[in-house]
Design a binder for this molecule. Structure first.
Ligand code: SAM
Length: 227
């Protein structure tokens, strides 16, 4: 007999409460009502959300939002929608947005799988970023990895012809899986011969700089949606 548990989806995250600094909490409390987009299972009008018609890029799992804020600051003509489940990370990004007075960032605190399924219209995005998604490196946890064929097909369906999907990881076997899965998605084409050079807009994280000094690898993948 089926039990409700049988139907529980496999999620790519475990929700931890985590500590929010006073500054993050204040930014969360004051800015979430203004810059937060509530999850609802219906398509959102992103031009209305940002108050303008401009290219739209969605970042999945922005963590503390350092890269998001740097990229949004460097590219004021593009709108960035960050999707993250972790509250302190949301507070951290909103604090950066406030400090730098960024007008082109909005946030959804919800599971990206549901956001892409229900809130984002087909062929509506200019780009999607997924930087250092949880590697779930134990074999028995691999099924929790975000980058798998059905989710990549969903991501690709939301990207406009000519738009891009940019992934980065520092786990070699996840990089191999990413390259395999993206290469098999017929609506995407690789912009590079295998892994891509890191695009200028993606800042090096401190963690990544240290890893590179220690000889650890980082792999970027940039695929384009076929026209
Ligand atoms: C390893 S961290 C990387 C964070 C950041 N991109 C960086 O480079 O530092 C992965 C992040 O993805 C978030 N995440 C995982 N699955 C998610 C999902 N389905 N929807 C939204 N966020 C997710 C986690 O909460 C976590 O903050």
């Amino acid at each position: 007999m089926d039990t409700p548990q049988t139907h529980r989806p496999i999620r790519s995250f475990v929700l931890r409460q985590g500590y929010m600094s006073k500054g993050q909490q204040r930014a969360y409390d004051t800015l979430m009502p203004v810059l937060g987009v509530g999850y609802q299972p219906q398509v959102a009008d992103l031009d209305a959300v940002f108050g303008r018609a401009a290219p739209k890029v969605v970042e999945i799992g922005f963590g503390m939002g350092g890269a998001t804020a740097d990229i949004a600051q460097a590219r004021p003509d593009t709108d960035y929608l960050g999707v993250e489940v972790h509250g302190p990370g949301v507070g951290s990004l909103l604090k950066l947005v406030e400090e730098r007075q960024l007008g082109n960032v909005r946030v959804i605190q919800h599971d990206a799988v549901e956001v892409f399924t229900h809130m984002l219209a087909p062929a509506s995005l200019d780009g999607v970023h997924v930087f250092f998604p949880d590697p779930w490196h134990k074999k028995r946890h691999n099924k929790r990895r975000l980058i798998q064929p059905p989710f990549v097909a969903l991501l690709a369906s939301r990207i406009k012809p000519g738009g891009y999907l940019h992934l980065a990881t520092d786990w070699e076997d996840y990089a191999i899986q990413m390259l395999e899965v993206l290469s098999q998605e017929a609506t995407l084409e690789n912009t590079a011969d295998g892994y891509a050079p890191r695009p200028d807009y993606r800042p090096l994280t401190k963690f990544e700089q240290r890893g590179l000094r220690l000889g650890h690898g980082v792999w970027d993948l940039v695929f384009r949606k076929r026209g």
